[in-house]
Ligand binder design. Structure first.
Ligand SMILES: C[S@@+](CC[C@H](N)C(=O)[O-])C[C@H]1O[C@@H](n2cnc3c(N)ncnc32)[C@H](O)[C@@H]1O
Length: 273
């Protein structure tokens, strides 16, 4: 390895959870996301992913929601080839490689400086075309981004680790900065937050999960007058479920008829402004 990976804080270290899930998905016979880059990083760092106790269900849920968020970005960039793409709390995820934005688009990965340094050490160079090493709650990092282009903004696995107040404030700044766009994130229901705090997987997460949970996507529309719910993707009803391994597939099929149950388990919310 060309340099030393910075030590991560417990909050930053949550990136291993999502990265390892994507790596393990890639090792399935029929991967949902198929992220070979994630697999390569976990393999090359020798990260001890077994201590995360990732279940098959957690693996496919994380890989699946990442795929749905990729599709949101691709769909937006097809309509707006000059768009600006933002990945908030990007961790070591290489979304830009998966979505392959059009040449007129620009992509920004934002995470703490230590994480952006680690990205530069562990990921291929073109996986971080514009890395911004900043605390999302700092007010100045947005100043460097264009103000006159539509934006597609994703937050994958981020909201659980932020207070509701911090998320509302960030959303307001983002909507005020860009003329138009979409903001998409995976939902964390109150049930999902309870699971995160109590499941075995959560040993490493317990102290850094802060979000109370969101059961009503309509609430987000109150965060900014320009924000409107565009669509709610109930992941359990998406076609990829047919390719889940048998256990997670059965569980998902059982819950899919109920929107409430599906929402509690895995949802991607897309808001436009
Ligand atoms: C669970 S990881 C998800 C990483 C990535 N999105 C993925 O799907 O693999 C959460 C990420 O959010 C970042 N993060 C959390 N709070 C942040 C903040 N206030 N400013 C910048 N990054 C933050 C962490 O450093 C971490 O990389």
């Amino acid at each position: 390895m060309p340099g030393t990976i910075p030590a991560f804080t417990p909050l930053q270290a949550t990136l291993w959870l999502t990265l390892c899930a994507k790596a393990l998905d890639n090792r399935l016979s029929d991967p949902i996301l198929g992220d070979a880059t994630a697999d390569k990083i976990v393999w090359s760092t020798g990260y001890a992913y077994r201590r995360l106790h990732l279940t098959p269900s957690t693996v496919v849920t994380i890989a699946h929601r990442a795929k749905k968020l990729d599709e949101v970005v691709q769909r937006f960039m097809t309509r707006h080839p000059d768009a600006v793409g933002l990945d908030l709390g990007a961790g070591l995820d290489s979304r830009v490689l998966r979505v392959a934005p059009p040449s007129g688009a620009d992509w920004y990965d934002i995470d703490f400086p230590e994480v952006i340094t680690a990205r530069r050490l562990l990921l291929p160079e073109h996986a971080t075309p514009n890395g911004i090493g900043a605390d999302l709650d700092a007010t100045d990092w947005l100043d460097a981004l264009p103000r006159d282009r539509p934006a597609v903004i994703v937050a994958d696995g981020l909201l659980a680790f932020r207070s509701a107040r911090e998320t509302v404030s960030l959303m307001r700044r983002l909507v005020d900065h860009f003329p138009s766009g979409e903001i998409a994130f995976n939902g964390y229901s109150r049930f999902a937050m309870w699971v995160l705090r109590h499941a075995r997987i959560a040993d490493a997460l317990r102290d850094v999960t802060r979000f109370p949970g969101l059961d009503d996507p309509g609430i987000v529309e109150r965060w900014h007058p320009r924000l409107r719910l565009d669509r709610e993707i109930l992941c359990g009803r998406e076609p990829e479920v047919a390719r889940f391994p048998p256990g997670p597939r059965l569980m998902t099929r059982l819950t899919a008829p109920s929107a409430t149950l599906s929402r509690m388990i895995s949802t991607v919310y897309v808001y436009r402004f």
